[in-house]
Write a protein that binds this ligand. Sequence first.
Ligand code: PEP
Length: 244
Amino acid sequence: MRQLIAGNWKMNGMSVQAEALAGALAASAPLPCDLLVCPPFTQIARVADRLRGTAIAWGAQDCHAAPSGAHTGDISAPMLADLGCSAVILGHSERRQNHHETDAQVREKAIAAAAAGLLAIICVGETEQQRDAGQEIAVVGHQIAASLPDGFAGVIAYEPIWAIGTGRTPTIGEVEAVHAHIRAALIARLGAPGASLRILYGGSVKPDNAAALLAVAEVGGALVGGASLSAESFLGIGKKAVLF
Ligand code: PEP
């Protein structure tokens, strides 16, 4: 299976930058992986116009659990599908922390995403304090059990919170250990289909550490924050992708 390299632009990108970045990606040579970019809501239509007809997909960074209604400031999954989005990131640690999103809310959003035909990328990961206390497996296991709806057919992104935007990464052995546990948890939760869902690693992935991280067993790709804001570094990560 091809790995998925997904870019999370977060709250970055005015029109000029989004146009330039999407344009550079659209002009790039095909890579041996699936590429996805998730711009802020305000730039999705612009990015879609640039990427339509290329092999690069676009998505969003969140959605509401309801299809429409009185939810000021929110965006629904059908609205994203209407813009040609094929995926949505859910339960990113910045939303869990800054917007107090719970596992139950993430699960409801994942149901909405699937109903709209979107691939849900559910993020899980431990804080530094939890890692120091040796609780990463328990924390991630609980998030998987509580955030995934029955029949989940999306993607999991393992993102240790202390590695996001810090330039720090777990060791290869630490990534391997958590991914192996996530695989076991997916099979326990979903049965046989859990064996083939992609599990991304996220947290300070850069072109110079991508080869090592993408070669780890059960790593099905990467969720990339900072390095997805430059076509050169995002594509530089994609070039390190392997079949798994
Ligand atoms: C992220 O926020 O999903 C992320 C992985 O960020 P960064 O690559 O900047 O650590």
